[in-house]
Design a protein around this ligand. Structure first.
Ligand code: OMP
Length: 275
């Protein structure tokens, strides 16, 4: 999917919501556990209930690979289902990969070729040759970790040399490797006040912003500091949507949560004159 198609979808759905499919088998409603593939059944119902309000889905690969071959099977079925039924929706493999070039090439093939993901999250610290193999696929994206939402972000990402912090260096240097058409950055919603500075370095790039909902980040603050004229944001919520209810009504409640976020996003898009 290209930049323009993503922006068109945002305008059409009046939403920049990404629903995180962090489908922990220990948390899914018990009535699904008797089915052949409980995680796939759970995801299917969540997707059908939320697709109308959502422009992206982000399965976090950890929740699948921890279950071995069965988990990979649930993941493949889930992404194939989404691509077939909702081809306009942007698919993010939250895998946080990155290795020597030879190995990154294999990771890229796994997610961008053998599975129909549009994008993959990548860690930047092994540098250019660890990232560029993911950029070799037309209309596919790297989503590079810049400033993460967790407490540990302060351990390394704020390391400063001269005027520049390490995450700022990541934002600047990586613009030699990819463009706003094939690279996004992860910026945690818990650090929304930093988005103004980030926009000075990367004014036009899309940002994937996790941390709204369970981690307490504010959607209003994210939009205030981070939204640009093409919206430029994909805001993720995982647990806050998919595990909002543990009963047989789980999908309906997830749909209601997604709609609440979409309505808030619609107001913010209007306020910023994007719509
Ligand atoms: O790359 C990510 O998506 C990510 C980066 C980051 O800085 N913080 C962060 O929470 N995430 C992911 O975003 C999701 C957040 O989930 P919730 O806190 O349940 O909404 C998880 O899949 C995290 O792994």
């Amino acid at each position: 999917m290209n930049y323009q198609a993503l922006f068109e979808q945002i305008k059409k759905k009046k939403s920049f919501l990404c629903v995180g499919l962090d489908s922990d088998i220990k948390k899914i409603p018990s009535h699904l556990l008797d089915s052949e593939d409980p995680v796939f059944e759970f995801n299917k119902e969540i997707v059908d209930a939320t697709a109308e309000f959502t422009v992206a889905y982000k399965p976090n690969i950890a929740f699948y690979e921890c279950r071995g071959a069965q988990g990979w099977n649930s993941l493949e079925k889930t992404v194939n289902y989404i691509k077939e039924k909702y081809p306009e929706i942007f698919l993010i493999a939250d895998a946080k990969r990155g290795d020597i070039g030879n190995t990154s090439k294999m990771y890229a093939s796994a997610f961008l070729e053998n599975m129909p993901f549009d994008s993959i999250t990548v860690a930047p610290y092994m540098g250019e040759d660890s990232v560029t193999p993911f950029l070799e696929y037309k209309n596919k994206w790297v989503i590079l970790l810049a400033l993460t939402s967790n407490k540990g972000a302060f351990d390394l990402q704020f390391f400063q040399e001269g005027e520049q912090k390490l995450f700022e260096k990541v934002l600047e240097k990586s613009q030699d490797w990819g463009t706003k058409e094939n690279m996004m950055y992860v910026v945690g919603a818990t650090k929304a006040e930093m988005l103004g500075d980030i926009r000075k370095i990367a004014p036009d790039h899309f940002l994937l912003v996790p941390g709204v909902g369970a981690q307490g980040g504010s959607l209003q603050e994210v939009a205030k500091y981070g939204m640009n004229q093409s919206c430029g944001l994909l805001v993720n919520s995982s647990r806050g949507v998919i595990f909002a209810d543990a009963s047989e009504n789980f999908a309906k409640v997830a749909g209601e949560k997604a709609k609440e976020l979409q309505l808030e996003m619609e107001d913010l898009l209007k306020e910023k004159s994007v719509l």
